[in-house]
Design a protein around this ligand. Structure first.
Ligand SMILES: [Fe+2]
Ligand SMILES: [Fe+2]
Length: 158
């Protein structure tokens, strides 16, 4: 699945304010899976969310979907570093990402919920409750698995 030129332009327009932000740029320093930075990871997850919503006519709110997807891993640290505060990263980082999203951007409650529930079922009590949250939760797992297995950009879409 590929984005058309027009879709790419629409996605770029939606993401412009985030990509330009210094704190978002900071994600380029942190590694997510193998050689993939957190910045590349959120770019890829956002693209998959946008694409499946369009192609499969899922009818999710595109603006909320893009916002939540782009900030779902906005925790701003390298989780591989042996630091006490990074313990149980998988469990705690949605909350940290949600806090950062609220500090640096204007995010509504539906987007906050998307970020907070994206690690389900690891975070067993934080279950996705919206279409947007389910798309993000599943797209993140798909992309994370592919990044972990292949650790190469070209294997995935784009
Ligand atoms: Fe995450
Ligand atoms: Fe993620």
């Amino acid at each position: 699945m590929e984005l058309t030129g027009e879709e790419q332009a629409q996605l770029d327009a939606l993401l412009q304010i985030y990509r330009e932000h210094v704190k978002v740029q900071e994600m380029k320093q942190y590694m997510q899976h193998g050689v993939i930075s957190t910045y590349e990871h959120v770019e890829r997850v956002t693209r998959v969310c946008f694409l499946v919503n369009r192609r499969w006519h899922l009818g999710a709110n595109e603006f909320a979907l893009i916002q939540g997807a782009y900030m779902h891993d906005f925790y701003l640290y390298d989780w591989h570093e042996n630091d006490k505060s990074h313990r149980l990263h998988g469990y705690h980082h949605p909350k940290r990402s949600c806090e950062n999203a609220s500090i640096y951007f204007q995010v509504e409650e539906d987007v906050r919920q998307m970020i907070l529930t994206h690690m389900w079922p690891l975070t067993i009590t934080r279950v996705p409750r919206s279409k947007e949250a389910w798309i993000l939760c599943l797209a993140d797992k798909y992309v994370s698995l592919a990044e972990t297995l292949f650790m190469r950009k070209r294997v995935l879409c784009g």
